[in-house]
Write a protein that binds this ligand. Structure first.
Ligand SMILES: C[S@@+](CC[C@H](N)C(=O)[O-])C[C@H]1O[C@@H](n2cnc3c(N)ncnc32)[C@H](O)[C@@H]1O
Length: 508
């Protein structure tokens, strides 16, 4: 049942200690523990201060029974075996502003049956309820008293991901965020998410807009071990104004020591979204059936059939309705390859198959006006650095964001940019996770240099493409490209910020 309850318990003394210190409970106060598990926070709270009353909720009847038994003699600890998110007094607003302190390690991504999902959507209409922790955070803030304190440990995805925009706005408008510590999920014994880090947020509820306006948030990162939560050794502390974050697009927590890059992200005169359309590609609805692969050395290909060359269509310009014959065409899928992806994957493009993609409920025949056009393929997920390759008039699937320049002169230039370290740096500032969805790519600031520089970059990219085609080494040219883009981004700093428009761009 782990996926329903998501029982990852706080088995790290350093994390517990840090969270209890941050909460700073005071005598005679009322504390809420909305997802108690085996009661690690209840125990630590009582060790710190006995003169408090704790309301604790736990959904799992076995864990709740153990806690009820354990605190049978303590009238100040009230255990409820209930679903916190559906508790009557919480959702009807009667308990809004009730608690002095709230501490939690809520379930992350707990599986909800469809009926409960519908119920939660109805109660919390603006939240991304699939990710349970965010609903706990939202509800808990509403239950906090004015000046009440809250400390939560959660994944750090709510700081930047698009689907948590509403939650971020709610936090920023109703609380003073004191501190956010961001550290590897591996500090949490037994838990390891590939997709995000963990964070501990400490905040104070307030309805005073002036306090919010003047509030400074401390973001601590660069932790090497969990002990650093307590001793702060070699950690990095960045102070940001809460009002700055409220001004950011979708209230994203963009922070970096590099003020110039921060400024550029917010005030660039041109963004990728201004000069290119960024879209995701097709999903067949049944890839194992409709997709084949050239050979099984290709990553993640072992469940796919090998294509026979006779099955591959000769034409380079397929019709959007498919062929009369049962033929396949090359398709670009995810996977980190720079500049040039050879034909490795093939999609069935017969009339019957295309009709299936267009009508089947699970399939996505999306953005088809961009199929078979020239553009740039950026994989949705990239492990370390962002990579990009030329689409070369092929179809691309939903693991790719296709970037289609509105001006053909910029295609190679943009292909170069997406393969540079500055591009990765900017994209990770917009969204620190490995996800490169179209929404984030559109927000990348792009600097368009003079025509000669563009021609020079285009020439280098063409050389790389030709060399890659012959499987030659291109690292020295790639390094040169990287340096050119670094100069473009770091020199003429003032010119890159909004006051000076880049006029040639607008003559498209
Ligand atoms: C991540 S664990 C944390 C437990 C404990 N606070 C700790 O830090 O070790 C989350 C707990 O919340 C419980 N839980 C999950 N969904 C819940 C819900 N909707 N209402 C109340 N408790 C819930 C789970 O059974 C689990 O014990």
């Amino acid at each position: 049942m782990a996926s329903v309850y998501q029982q990852y318990y706080t088995k790290s003394d350093e994390i517990t200690k840090y969270m209890i210190n941050k909460l700073s409970v005071t005598p005679h106060s009322l504390v809420l523990e909305p997802c108690a598990g085996d009661g690690v926070f209840i125990e630590a709270l009582l060790n710190k201060e006995q003169d408090i009353t704790i309301d604790a909720f736990e959904l799992d009847p076995h864990e709740a029974a153990k806690l009820i038994y354990k605190y049978d003699n303590n009238k100040n600890v009230v255990i409820k075996n209930e679903d916190t998110l559906l508790h009557e007094d919480f959702i009807n607003g009667h308990y809004d502003g009730r608690y002095d302190f709230i501490i939690a390690n809520p379930p992350y991504g707990a599986w909800q049956d469809y009926e409960k999902r519908e119920q939660l959507k109805h109660i919390y209409p603006n939240l991304y309820i699939k990710e349970t922790y965010s609903t706990f955070l939202y509800l808990s803030i509403s239950l906090l008293k004015e000046k009440g304190r809250l400390v939560f440990i959660t994944p750090d995805t709510y700081l930047n991901l698009h689907m948590h925009t509403f939650l971020r706005k709610y936090i920023l408008q109703h609380t003073k965020v004191e501190e956010i510590s961001i550290f590897p999920a591996s500090f949490f014994p037994g838990v390891n998410f590939g997709y995000s880090k963990l964070s501990i947020i400490t905040l104070v509820k307030t309805s005073n807009n002036i306090e919010i306006f003047n509030n400074k948030i401390r973001i601590i990162s660069n932790f090497k071990e969990s002990m650093n939560l307590l001793n702060q050794d070699n950690t990095k502390s960045t102070i940001i104004d809460q009002k700055e974050i409220l001004n950011n697009t979708s209230y994203a927590f963009i922070y970096s020591d590099d003020n110039y890059l921060n400024n550029l992200l917010k005030h660039s005169s041109v963004y990728i979204g201004d000069i290119a359309n960024c879209v995701t590609g097709i999903y067949t609805g049944d890839d194992k059936k409709y997709i084949k692969v050239s050979n099984h050395t290709i990553k993640n290909s072992k469940n796919y059939e090998i294509i026979n060359t006779a099955e591959i269509a000769k034409t380079t310009k397929p019709d959007l309705n498919g062929f009369d014959a049962n033929l396949f065409i090359p398709m670009i899928k995810g996977g980190n390859t720079r500049f040039l992806k050879k034909d490795r994957w093939f999609i069935n493009w017969s009339r019957g198959a295309v009709a299936f993609y267009k009508t089947n409920k699970k399939s996505r025949f999306q953005n088809s006006q961009y199929y078979f056009k020239q553009g740039i393929a950026v994989p949705m997920v990239s492990s370390n650095t962002v990579t990009a390759s030329l689409i070369n008039y092929r179809i691309f699937d939903q693991s790719i964001v296709g970037v289609f320049s509105k001006n053909n002169d910029y295609i190679l230039f943009l292909l170069g940019f997406f393969n540079t370290s500055i591009c990765t740096k900017l994209l990770r500032l917009i969204n620190p996770s490995a996800n490169n969805s179209a929404n984030y790519i559109k927000k990348l600031p792009i600097i368009i240099p003079d025509t000669n520089t563009i021609l020079h970059i285009n020439g280098l990219v063409e050389t790389i493409l030709a060399a890659k085609n012959l499987d030659d080494d291109t690292s020295y040219i790639e390094n040169e490209l990287n340096d050119i883009f670094n100069v473009l981004y770091y020199e003429n700093r003032e010119k890159n910020i909004i006051k000076n428009k880049q006029p040639e761009l607008f003559e498209l």
